[in-house]
Design a protein around this ligand. Structure first.
Ligand code: SAM
Length: 386
């Protein structure tokens, strides 16, 4: 995962004391972290709950980073292709999405899966319940690898106006609103897949982030994005919008995943499905002009710099994709990721590979089956770069 936070510079003199204190040039932290304070009591959202505002994260402290070492559990010898990853996660996962109002969906159907019906932009993954459940699993896994933090930027204890762009099921926005009841949180998306019930301080809007933003300039205290990979033709333009609509001196954060599974414990040959899979996504994204390379190719930081942000921190975190870590929390994160991937793989590929690469449904399903076989191999100790 590439979690990149950046602060706005102060475009007007004296507009923000905090911004004036930041260096005028961008700085990048190769590794950063969260505080070591304990998590707040369990919420009904799922196996972890985000921290309280008093424990909000800063980009300094305990290291994640590319040198992050995750110890392997003792029981890797069990058969790789059992289904225990799914069952171990089991009922402990509680989705925070409420009943989805199917009737307000306008959608297109591809190979039995529903996708958003684009009035403006087309999104590459389905917006049906199966895929949405995957988003919520991933949210919980992300909380676990980030030590229960919903974000890393040091946004202070009293953010007022908060925007979550491409909010998906709205799970991040809802969690954030729970933790900051005084904040007014807006989540936007192309699809109306957010629950009908939510905390009173959250609002969801159908909005295409690629179009002009209609909020006032210098409006938000914090803007958050997560997993917009493969959706954005021009990151510079998107980040410029974020810059323009943030108050001076306030923070912007984007969390993006790479699509290549890597390992520190097993050799992954160049022609392994983990690499073939990633290359297919990179190629498809390139062909559609919406890159999947952004978590590794440095373009996020570059786009933030060009948008005018300063004090840029890039944090790299390893997200395990199976229950191989010794650490119980990372093991649980890995199991959630395994469950998420297992139910989301077809959805990831169906539109993308048929439209961009011209593959048939049969070719896609065969490709997914081969990938799934490798994914089940716990002994490969795979992780994704966030
Ligand atoms: C991978 S999901 C991530 C959802 C959410 N951010 C999360 O982390 O759980 C990407 C979301 O971005 C939305 N999206 C894609 N392109 C968009 C656009 N142009 N404007 C607004 N939302 C968009 C999709 O509809 C989808 O819900």
């Amino acid at each position: 995962m590439a979690d990149t936070t950046a602060k706005t510079s102060s475009p007007r003199a004296g507009a923000a004391a905090a911004a004036a204190a930041t260096p005028p040039t961008a700085t990048a932290a190769a590794a950063a972290a969260t505080t070591a304070s304990p998590a707040s009591p369990a919420s009904p959202k799922g196996p972890t709950s985000p921290r309280s505002p008093a424990k909000s994260a800063t980009p300094e402290g305990e290291a994640f980073g590319t040198e992050q070492h995750i110890e392997v559990a003792d029981d890797l010898e069990e058969p790789d292709d059992n289904d225990d990853a799914n069952s171990a996660v089991g009922s402990s996962i509680q989705s925070s999405t409420g009943s989805l109002t199917e009737s307000i969906y306008a959608y297109r159907v591809l190979h039995g899966r529903t996708f958003n019906a684009p009035k403006t932009s087309e999104y590459w993954a389905p917006n049906d319940e199966q895929q949405n459940e995957g988003l919520d699993l991933l949210h919980n896994a992300a909380l676990m690898v980030l030590n229960d933090e919903l974000f890393l930027a040091p946004i202070g204890e009293n953010p007022q106006k908060v925007l979550d762009v491409g909010t998906g099921t709205g799970i991040w926005a809802i969690d954030f609103a729970d933790v900051y009841p005084a904040a007014e949180v807006i989540g936007t998306d192309l699809s109306p897949i957010q629950p009908a019930w939510m905390p009173p301080n959250v609002k969801f809007e159908i909005d295409d982030c690629l179009l002009d933003w209609t909020w006032p300039e210098n409006h938000f205290d914090y803007i958050h994005m997560r997993m917009l990979y493969g959706s954005i033709p021009d990151w510079n333009d998107l980040y410029k919008k974020a810059f323009k609509h943030l108050k001076p001196g306030k923070w912007f954060e984007d969390v993006e995943f790479d699509v290549r599974i890597q390992s520190d414990h097993a050799a992954i040959p160049e022609d392994h499905m983990f690499n073939t899979w990633a290359e297919a996504f990179y190629e498809a994204g390139d062909k559609l002009g919406r890159s999947f390379r952004i978590a590794y190719d440095g373009s996020l930081k570059k786009a933030m710099t060009e948008a005018g942000f300063v004090d840029i921190h890039e944090v790299k975190v390893k997200m395990p994709c199976h229950g191989w870590p010794r650490d119980p929390k990372l093991q649980q994160a890995g199991l959630l990721m395994f469950a998420m991937l297992d139910q989301s793989l077809e959805g990831f590929c169906l539109y993308l590979f048929s439209k961009a690469l011209g593959w048939t449904a049969e070719e896609i399903l065969l490709f997914v089956a081969k990938y799934r076989t490798e994914l089940k191999k716990k002994s490969l100790c795979g992780w994704l770069q966030v």
